[in-house]
Design a protein around this ligand. Sequence first.
Ligand SMILES: [Zn+2]
Length: 501
Amino acid sequence: MSPSTSAPRKLKKATKAKKKPDWILGPTPRDIFSPANFDPEPKGPEARNIPEIERLELVVANPALYEVATAVLPRKEPGTRGRTPHYPPYVFLIYVCAISVFNTARSTEANLQHKTIWEIVREGVRRCLGDVEADSLPETGPQRHHWLQYRHKMLDALPQLREASRDAWIQQAIALGYLSEERPRGCWLRPDRSQVINGDATVVRPPSDQTEQFTRDEKTGKMRRRRVDPDAGIQIEGGDRAVYGKKIVSFSVRLPERAHSRIILNADGARHRSPEEDPDREEEASTALRLAHEILDRAPGVIAAVFDTAWRGTHRARLVARGIVVYTPQHDGISPKPLNKYRYDHCIHDVYAAAGRSCERHISVDGQTIYTPLPVRELPVRPGVNSYRFYHAVEIPCRNGPHIELIPVYETKEDRTLDPRTKRSKFNRCEHLRQIPPNTDLGDRLKGFRQDSESTNCTLDYSHWDKRLPAYGAPGALLIYLGFAWMINSIALGTVGEPRR
Ligand SMILES: [Zn+2]
């Protein structure tokens, strides 16, 4: 959506007219997705509050931060004017992280100018890079003009910084036992939390909500020039909240029952302008898909990926083929699709896909169409040469005794063939049939993991003054987000080893 000229303050809750379906869904049966002995995920302990000083200590103790900064950030030429202090590139990456620690660039500058705080940075440098490097640093931290000067260079190297950070985060996660191929991984149905990647899109607010470049000053009547974020627009967050800002998509993973164990694995900005304005746009769902593939390429231990309703069947199908369970809530307003009419000697069963799973279709005495979810007894998984095949072993209850049918829940070759009439692929199977269907105990468990990624966004908001990211433009916002992720990940790195409280 392009930026609107209406004042964002007047944003109302976006409302969607929901069409009432003309059919009824039967009750969710007890089966492998809703077992009788289901144990909900235990609640984790309350997170202890980590003070700013400790956050900074943890950031500067992360050895990967120095490696990434040194590998991809340009070295700043020493100042030409006499005694301009010289700061190596990693100091500016620390500066970006510190903006999330101290809330604003101004407060970051003031803190880094303070001897005690700057000594914390030098201590971190000493431990990671040695005495010579630490002793060569200037007596105080960079001032805001140093940061503003170097920021341009960081933005030039932003794609490389994003990729190197992603690789380092994934490696650190694996080293800590997350996403591991060896560790007890749980099963397809109930993957251990440390093997599930959670995606989320958040709208970050620009420094000001100004949408018009020139406004008339009410007192003087003069036109005044305002700074407008070129990339901000009205975005829908969480399905129904309209927020003015820029969208950032990220994936994270965490350990069960461990506070501060979340590691952000990957992040990027999603562009949202209309295709006419921005033909190379990559909106939320495809950005998230790319990020998930990037993680799977580097972490084959992932068992499941969870995202929101922005992912539809075609997005999910490609990840399912890679052998992971993909969970998203089911999109509203999907009509049931006929799957098969199973004919046996003495009976016929009309099976449809509704609400993400196989259902038997009945017509009630008063003419209502009822779709009764069929219990699934097994989730067979067959690794293939090029892709994984997932099935539901479905039980069709019958007066002649139950029938068992194997129904694919991955996109089959047959599904992809083009229908000569519509010129579209025959069946968007992953849109209609879900490996772990929504509204089941195990589906709800995975959905619960998402609330946690929403809390990451909450932390992001509260890590910045007035819940705004201090950067105009999408690249500037991504840079701040990368610093935020380094902070969150450094906290996990430093505290996962702490004794359980
Ligand atoms: Zn039958």
